[in-house]
Design a protein around this ligand. Structure first.
Ligand code: ADP
Ligand code: MG
Length: 327
């Protein structure tokens, strides 16, 4: 099983930032509204994610580290309608197979917290009592300590941390009501306060995407049946600077999807002149039955039941926003 875990880790755990993504998604799935991310040395020596979510009961702590152990789906029908960010039960098993992982957790019903520790190949976990408020802390030390070939591919601390920062930016954009703190080598680098009202949300968008983006942004709010497209699109003449700011989320999950991207591009190509390029943060929400997110382990890709319909819907939503701005 250990070899299988390490092979799976190759797909899910590319670098420290992928560990951070999986662990923060677990915290979100656990209903946390405060998540602290502590990083040492670009994540090579330590990644620690602390949340105030529901916690894991003592009996399930060791199980959480086992491959294909997920508490999020219990039957095949669930797989058809996934709203949680995780569902494959691979992340913790994969990460623990290539690091020294400590999982500490406490549920509201338990008086005390419990902790398990596993290290790479051994995968023998012992459970000990610990001190922890309701919620979960996952500590990943010495990532890739037992896979030197992988460790060699780690870039500088600065580069790896920049990737982590980007992961948190992307998540923080979609989860504005959640408070995030990101530290590196003991220093607070980002602090996103919980944002509920529109002005607070715009403040977070501005912190992440820049004040320019917020100033220029056209709000999109486009609905049809159970499809909903929302977010912002900004047109800049200085195309280069905002080229990277192309964020698209489907049911709260950041994806790179050809159908969505093509629809946005097509709308922009028709309504803008060639020197202009769009920066956007767009959220598409639809019935989870109409989209398959189980296409790839990293879950960056999706497959729509009715790609054409989705394409046209997005095209219309974006076109409408661009046209109304020109009037
Ligand atoms: P998945 O997220 O696909 O279910 P993971 O390997 O990421 O698989 O996590 C395994 C299980 O461990 C989850 O299904 C969940 O029950 C539990 N778990 C992991 N992280 C947390 C957390 N931060 N809070 C509560 N439960 C967690
Ligand atoms: Mg997960």
């Amino acid at each position: 099983p250990q070899l299988a875990n390490q092979i799976a880790a190759g797909e899910v755990v590319e670098r420290p930032a992928s560990v951070v993504k999986e662990l923060v998604e677990n915290s979100l799935d656990a209903g946390a509204d405060r998540i602290q991310i502590d990083i040492e040395r670009g994540g090579a020596t330590l990644i620690r994610i602390r949340d105030n979510g529901c916690g894991i009961v003592k009996e399930e702590l060791a199980l959480a580290l086992a491959r294909h152990a997920t508490s999020k789906i219990t039957c095949l029908e669930d797989l058809e309608s996934i709203l949680s960010l995780g569902f494959r039960g691979e992340a913790l098993a994969s990460i623990s197979s290539v690091s020294r992982l400590t999982l500490t957790s406490r549920t509201a019903e338990q008086k005390e917290a419990w902790q398990v520790y596993v290290q790479g190949r051994e995968q023998q976990s012992t459970i000990v009592p610990a001190s922890h408020p309701v919620g979960t802390t996952v500590e990943v030390a010495n990532l890739f300590f037992n896979t030197p070939a992988r460790r060699k591919f780690l870039r500088s601390d600065k580069t790896e941390f920049a990737h982590i920062d980007e992961v948190i930016r992307r998540i923080a954009l979609a989860k504005s009501q959640i408070a995030f703190t990101l530290t590196h080598n003991g220093k607070i680098i980002r602090q996103y306060k919980s944002a509920v009202e529109k002005s607070q949300i715009l403040k977070r968008v501005s912190a992440i995407c820049g004040e320019d983006f917020v100033q220029q942004a056209l709000a999109i709010n486009w609905k049809h049946d159970d499809l909903h497209l929302s977010g912002w699109i900004a047109i800049s003449d200085c195309s280069r600077s905002q080229n990277e700011l192309n964020y698209c989320y489907i049911n709260g999950r950041m994806v790179k999807d050809k159908v969505v991207t093509h629809a946005i591009r097509q709308a922009c190509a028709e309504h803008l002149n060639t020197e202009q390029s769009p920066a956007f943060v767009l959220f598409l929400d639809l019935n989870p039955n109409d989209v398959d997110v189980n296409v790839h382990p990293t879950k960056h890709e999706v497959r729509f039941q009715q790609a054409r319909l989705i394409h046209d819907f997005i095209y219309q939503g974006v076109s409408n926003a661009l046209l109304s701005a020109q009037q």
